[in-house]
Structure formats: structure tokens, C-alpha cells
Design a binder for this molecule. Structure first.
Ligand code: HEM
Length: 531
């Protein structure tokens, strides 16, 4: 029986709901029929020369960017937040920890370079992006029920979930990811669209929540797989565009790129088209710029906290622990059954502070030139034989021949930040006084900062005192914003292209539909469930 028609979604344009009618949603079968399932990498600033470094100076910088281990990182019961945290004011709230993992999830939807060998010099034009450069949730759907039936229930529509998880009263339906059951000591790998979405306990439960979203849409809203997929994709795209993006790049840069937004959804992208100055699509095929995938969009690595509280009934756990893997949040293994996520500790669900004992929503760490200590010693399952994430990012940027941050700034018409203000370390009171300038570390960095470092240092310039969130700056914000909007505008199946009048069809509490609303509906979250 048809539950709800998607016709007139958004009030004007219509979409047929009958299965198979009015065009099959792209993506399901794309891989087998079209070479476009895999995207291309390319360059945004093709004419700029590559920045020149050597391995030693980058290894040394990576070390310096990796913070000392914290003895007791910010208890969430603290009355005042720690100054590592990206907090703001009541009117201008900071960035909560859920956005870090939503950011990682989005990354895995857009870009995957499995050939990320650090030994080779990489030519972006020769590289294949194993994800489509579109917000089409290929990390969730894989290549669809025909091609990857092991991701789907027998009906070929609903998606499979894993074991039940416990630990929070807010979500009695919490489930882990489906996994294979291998012999002996072989790892029980998650059966999901992108293996990286099992990298840690948080992103794997975000993946499970998206599966539950898809399944609930099928149970209550539409009948066919393709309608459910479109429903899920468009709501997710809405969240990416109007919640995640302004949270990360700030409302000013966001409104410059999407001028219709300042008119409060009264306008749309057809009446007021996006203003993209630097992300130009070559020959009508969108590409994944390495300035984004190897530098700007890796900003999220600096937002990772060393410890997280997953729910009200477990202690805080470290992101990695090389000694006691089972007592960490590392993934690529069945999620421990007491680690059901209480999403109220990750997103502001509108009843902040959440009623989870005295615990509060955990903020992300600041976007700055400092990564927490565990990221300097990633376990083999994540980092292979190369345990420092900062060093990996810096070496990748060099091998991929990225231009310097200063050259990119100039090409964007932005005066580069002077060398003495590009500093290594945390954006907090002590850091402002004591952080070492990049050029003091090595004179070869004079007017020659690695692009990833520059974008983090640029964000850090916003720090005055702990009363404003730190978002990406002019260069980083423009690259991330333009690539997001450009990719969505180039995707002929996105809501911006098919129906710019689309509005979310699910209940939401605030002024706009956000990730918190999507999760609340997808998981039937009990906002006042006490633990
Ligand atoms: C605990 C969380 C995370 C871990 C352990 C992690 C780890 C990694 C590792 C090991 C790589 C491969 C690096 C290389 O060899 O080049 C990588 C790539 C990447 N990461 Fe993360 N990451 C995390 C979260 C994030 C977040 C929050 C973001 C952004 C918001 C992000 C963005 C990226 C991007 C854009 C790439 C390149 C992807 C590609 O093109 O293949 N990551 N990450």
C-alpha cells in the first residue's frame, strides 16, 4: 500500500512515486552501465607551481602539530568548557562533536583514493576517485541491491543491520553494522557501501543510523526502493547544504556562495544562482579537486577529541588505544554491545543540556594547527605502517604537488597571512602567546606553507578569547563551500537541480531541518529518555 506520495515535495515541482516510473534514480545501476560511477581527481588551481619541501621538514612539522598526550581531557561534567573545545555563545553556538563524524561520513560519500601510497608522486589527473563526486550516498547504498545484494534484505529494498546495542535509554532500537562471520581469527568486516565507515565506533553508528533512516522511510513514507533512496538523499543533501556547510564555513562565506540563502528560502538557486569563482567544472564532468581532498577538507582531523563519552552508562573512551583496543573507539570489529550511541551527547537536540546525568553535548575540538595525541599513533588497522595522521596529510599534499597556501590565497585575491602569524599549536590563551611560528621551525617555510597547514592556521586567526567558534577562514571556507555547492549543482539528480523548491518532509523543531532532526526521526530518539 502506498503510504505517502512524494508528489509535490516542496510545493511546486512534482516527482512521480510509482516504481520505475519517471526515470530510475541514478546511482543504483550506474556502476555497471557507466564509467561515471567512479569520479576523477583534478586541480582547482592548475597553473600554480607545486610548493617545494623535503620529507624531513614535513615529518618534523607533523610531529610538532601532534599535541602532547592530555592527562585528563575535559570532563563533560565541567561547568566551564575546556579551551581546546570549539564553543561559542548562546546566539552563536560552537561546533558539536557530531559534526566531526558527519564530516567524515560526507568525506566517505565524496572521495576515496585507495592508491594513497606515500611512496609515489601522484598525478591527480591519472587518479580515480572510487566514490562518485556527488552527494548520492554511495557509501550507504553501494552499487545497489542488484549488484550488492548482501547489503539488502530479501525484499531487495530494506537494508541490513547488525546486532542490537545497549547503553542508552534514548534509543532502544540501536543496532550495529551487519558483518560477515569469518572462520578463526579473521576480522568480522562490516558489510557496507564504504569500508571506511567502520573506522571508528561513532562513524559506524552514523552509518547504521542512515540505514535505519532508509528503512523507516520505506516503512512509513514510500514504497519503492528508488523513491526511498531519493527521499533519503534529498534530506541528507539538505542537511549537508544548510546545516553542515554553514556550521563549518560560517554564514558569511556561505551566503556569498549561495546568495539565495540570505533571503530565507524565499528565493532559490534558479532565481539567485550560486557564485562560484574557483571551482569550474571541466567539460561538463564534475571532478574532485585535490586542493579539497588532500588539504582543505582534511580540516576535520583537527576537530577530533582524544576521548568521547558514547552514552550515559559507560566511561569516556579514547579514540585509539594501541594497548587495549577493546577499550577504545577503534572500529573494524563488532561494536561492543554496551556502546549504543546517545546522539544527545553529539548533537544539540534542542533540549540542551541533555538529560544524561550531568553530561553535556560534547563540543568538537577547535579547527587549529594541532591534532590530538592519539592521531600521532594510529593503530595498524587504520594507519597501516604510517601511524601519524599529520605527517601523512603533509606528505600526501607534497607528493600530490599542491601549491603553497600563500599561492592559493593570492590566486583567490586574498592577501596571505604574514609568516609570523602562521603558528603551530592550539588556538587557546597559552597558544596565542607561546605557539611557535612555522618559519621558526624551518626557514624553508617562508612564504611557503603546506596548503593543509595554511588552511588550519587561517582558521586559527579567528581566536581572540573563548567566545566565538572557530570555523574555516577565507581560503579554506571558499574551497570547501564552492566544491560542495559546485558538486551539488553539477549532479543532475540533486534536489538543487531537480527541485530547488524542495523542503524537508519530516518534522523538525527549530527554524530549519538539521542533522539532529534527521537522527531524531530515523532512530525514533527519545529526547527525554533518562539514563
Ligand atoms: C577518527 C577520525 C578520523 C580518522 C582516524 C581519519 C583517518 C584518515 C586516514 C588514515 C586517511 C588517509 C590519509 C592518507 O594516507 O592520505 C584519511 C583521509 C582523509 N580524511 Fe580522515 N580521518 C578521520 C576523520 C576525518 C574527518 C572528520 C574528516 C573531515 C571532516 C576527514 C577527512 C579526510 C579526507 C578528505 C581524506 C582524504 C580521502 C581520500 O581522498 O581518499 N577525516 N583520514
Amino acid at each position: 500500500m502506498k503510504k505517502e506520495s512524494l508528489t509535490n515535495i516542496g510545493g511546486a515541482a512534482t516527482i512521480q512515486t510509482a516504481s520505475g516510473h519517471h526515470g530510475e534514480v541514478r546511482g543504483i545501476n550506474l556502476s555497471r552501465r557507466s564509467s561515471q560511477f567512479e569520479g576523477r581527481f583534478g586541480r582547482m588551481f592548475r597553473t600554480l607551481p607545486p610548493a617545494e619541501f623535503d620529507k624531513e621538514m614535513l615529518d618534523d612539522l607533523g610531529d610538532a602539530m601532534t599535541a602532547e598526550a592530555e592527562d585528563d581531557p575535559t570532563p563533560e561534567t565541567a561547568a566551564t568548557p575546556d579551551d581546546e573545545e570549539n564553543i561559542g555563545t548562546k546566539r552563536d553556538p560552537g561546533i558539536s562533536a557530531g559534526y566531526t563524524y558527519l564530516g567524515q561520513f560526507i568525506d566517505h560519500d565524496l572521495t576515496f583514493d585507495p592508491a594513497s601510497s606515500l611512496e609515489r608522486e601522484n598525478d591527480p589527473d591519472g587518479l580515480v576517485d572510487y566514490r562518485t563526486p556527488r552527494f548520492d550516498l554511495d557509501c550507504l547504498y553501494g552499487r545497489g541491491p542488484d549488484d550488492q545484494p548482501y547489503l539488502y534484505r530479501n525484499d531487495g529494498k530494506h537494508m541490513l543491520l547488525g546486532d542490537k546495542l545497549k547503553g542508552t535509554n534514548s534509543d532502544s532500537g540501536a543496532r550495529g553494522l551487519p558483518r560477515n562471520k569469518p572462520d578463526d581469527n579473521e576480522p568480522a568486516r562490516a558489510l557496507i557501501g564504504d569500508p571506511r565507515n567502520d573506522e571508528n565506533v561513532i562513524v559506524s553508528q552514523l552509518q547504521a543510523a542512515m540505514i535505519r533512516f532508509h528503512n523507516r522511510v520505506l516503512d512509513e513514507k514510500v514504497d519503492s526502493f528508488s523513491d526511498a533512496q531519493r527521499f533519503v538523499r534529498w534530506h541528507y543533501q539538505w542537511v549537508v547544504l544548510y546545516d553542515f556547510l554553514p556550521t563549518i564555513i560560517g554564514r558569511d562565506t556561505f551566503s556569498e556562495i549561495l546568495p539565495h540563502y540570505a533571503k530565507g528560502h524565499k528565493s532559490n538557486v534558479v532565481k539567485d544562482p550560486p557564485r562560484l569563482k574557483f571551482y569550474k567544472v571541466k567539460g561538463n564532468a564534475p571532478y574532485m579537486p585535490i586542493e579539497f581532498s588532500v588539504a582543505a577538507y582534511r580540516f576535520g582531523h583537527s576537530m577530533i577529541r582524544p576521548l568521547y563519552r558514547i552514552n550515559g552508562s559507560t566511561e569516556r573512551l579514547p579514540v585509539f588505544s594501541n594497548r587495549r583496543k577493546e577499550e577504545s573507539l577503534v572500529g573494524f570489529r563488532p561494536t561492543p554491545e554496551n556502546l549504543a550511541i546517545d546522539w544527545r551527547l553529539f548533537f544539540d537536540m534542542g533540549n540542551n543540556p541533555p538529560r544524561v546525568g550531568k553530561k553535556r553535548v560534547q563540543p568538537a575540538y577547535k579547527i587549529d594547527t594541532s591534532l590530538v595525541n592519539p592521531l600521532g599513533r594510529m593503530p595498524k588497522s587504520v594507519g597501516a605502517n604510517f601511524p601519524s595522521l599529520a605527517q601523512r596529510n603533509l606528505l600526501r599534499g607534497w607528493r600530490m604537488q599542491l601549491p603553497s597556501g600563500q599561492d592559493v590565497a593570492r590566486a583567490m585575491g586574498v592577501t596571505p597571512i604574514p609568516d609570523d602569524r602562521l603558528k603551530i599549536g592550539k588556538a587557546n590563551h597559552d597558544g596565542i602567546k607561546e605557539n611557535e611560528p612555522l618559519v621558526s621551525r624551518n626557514a624553508k617555510f617562508k612564504d611557503n606553507a603546506p596548503l593543509w597547514f595554511y588552511i588550519l592556521a587561517e582558521a586559527q586567526q579567528q581566536f581572540r578569547k573563548n567566545d566565538a567558534p572557530i570555523r574555516l577562514g577565507e581560503v579554506g571556507g571558499r574551497i570547501v563551500g564552492e566544491v560542495f555547492v559546485g558538486l551539488m549543482m553539477e549532479d543532475s539528480n540533486s534536489f538543487l537541480r531537480q527541485n530547488p523548491l524542495f523542503r524537508p518532509q519530516l518534522p523538525f523543531k527549530g527554524k530549519d531541518f538539521k542533522m539532529a532532526d534527521l537522527l531524531t526521526w530515523a532512530t525514533k530518539l527519545k529526547l527525554n529518555g533518562r539514563d
